[in-house]
Ligand binder design. Structure first.
Ligand SMILES: Cc1ncc(COP(=O)(O)O)c(C=O)c1O
Length: 382
């Protein structure tokens, strides 16, 4: 292919990534015999749950097709309405709206909500999809220090914007800690701000009904947009918001990622619905995962690894150096342990890490194998 200035830049950027130890690649397929998979966000093991699979098959009723058009144009699956009713009931909100992924939910919501006169107060460690939505909206961005309520308070007090929106992950995807939702709710009230939260890693994991950290902290009244994904603990695909009917109407009219994209396929809707009903019938499953994740986190700390402020099923194991994170991930892979290396720009420079996702499928023996692998690595490399 003939060289052009654009192709030259592409090659230079990839070379730079390789040199820095930050080259990304799509993960190879890994047959699951005998491996310990700590890479999936299917925290409740529902991707491998027979009851969910057979209920999903019943609901899908042999229809394996896609939905053919945007939801505003065609109602190809009756399961859409059923799924949204189920989510609204679970979250105890007037309405819910399902998008095709968590990413398109965040981008579509922020693009619709914010204009140039909106100021968004965003936790520095919020997920990239929230930042992409903010960027697309072209609104004012005010990033506060991670989880630092004094910093958020100061920034809100100094702002002269009339439209204020606070945005935060509830469980942070790379550090595994939780946002102080009670404080955020209070600050929002004091400063007349709207609140949007991303429950991607809390959906199915927190609260008596398992709907997320908003439920667990009793902050629903102060939170205007509760977003969740159907791709992680629910182990399907899609994103949703649980909102008032007014906001649902607004997003149906103004969220471009909903309006201009085809809806989810029928079997995916069937899985999502079956999985949510399964979670609602067994609300204690998640607490067992959270309890056993404490053991792994304590083991890593005892080995001298920094696990950041994690208090959930997401357990980072900091290496700091990017190359070291890749080498450790490969070392573990050779021992049948799949745990991804996460490097900048996904995480801040100097905080490269292995990210362990703990789930119901992990056993005590798995934990001991992981700890043994890490101990040997430490002996060899430090
Ligand atoms: C906090 C957070 N929000 C949103 C998303 C996007 O969700 P999805 O993977 O369903 O597109 C992710 C995915 O990694 C996430 O971690």
């Amino acid at each position: 292919m003939a060289s052009t200035p654009l192709l030259d830049r592409i090659s230079r950027e990839l070379d730079k990534r390789r040199l820095e130890g930050r080259f990304r690649f799509t993960a190879p397929f890994q047959p699951d015999d005998g491996i310990i998979d700590c890479s999936t966000n299917s925290y409740l093991g529902l991707h491998a749950n027979r009851e969910v699979a057979s209920e999903a098959a019943r609901l899908a009723n042999g229809k394996l097709n896609g939905s053919g058009a945007s939801r505003l144009v065609a109602t190809a699956s009756e399961l859409y309405n059923e799924l949204e009713r189920e989510i609204a009931d679970w979250e105890d909100t007037e309405a819910a709206l399902v998008f095709t992924s968590g990413y398109t939910t965040n981008v579509g919501i922020l693009q619709a909500l914010c204009t140039r006169s909106t100021e968004v107060f965003s936790d520095r460690l919020n997920h990239a999809s929230l930042y992409d939505g903010i960027r697309l909206a072209g609104c004012r961005l005010n990033r506060y220090r991670h989880g630092d309520m004094a910093d958020l308070r100061k920034r809100l007090a100094a702002s002269d914007s009339t439209e204020k929106l606070i945005v935060t992950d509830t469980v942070f995807s790379m550090d595994g800690d939780r946002a102080p939702l009670e404080d955020i709710a209070q600050l929002a009230q004091t400063h007349g701000a709207m609140v949007m939260v991303d429950e991607a890693h809390a959906t199915g994991m927190f609260g008596e009904c398992g709907s997320g950290l908003v439920e667990a902290t009793g902050t629903a009244a102060a939170i205007n947009v509760r977003m969740g994904t159907l791709s992680k603990a629910i182990a399907g695909l899609g994103g949703y918001i649980a909102v008032s009917s007014l906001l649902r109407d607004f997003f149906v009219n103004f969220s471009r990622s909903l309006i201009y994209s085809t809806g989810l396929p029928h079997p995916v809707l069937a899985h999502n619905l079956a999985a949510i009903r399964h979670i609602r019938n067994r609300p204690d499953t998640a607490s067992r995962v959270l309890q056993t994740s404490v053991l792994l986190r304590d083991d890593l700390k005892a080995l001298g690894f920094d696990t950041r402020p994690s208090t959930t099923q997401i357990i980072p194991c900091i290496t700091g150096d990017d190359h070291k994170a890749v080498a450790l991930s490969e070392y573990l892979r050779d021992r049948g342990i799949i745990a991804p290396a996460i490097r900048p720009p996904t995480v801040p420079a100097g905080t490269a890490r292995i990210r362990f996702s703990w789930s119901t499928l992990h056993t005590n023996d798995d934990r001991l194998r992981i700890v043994e692998g890490l101990r040997k690595w430490k002996q060899r490399h430090e």
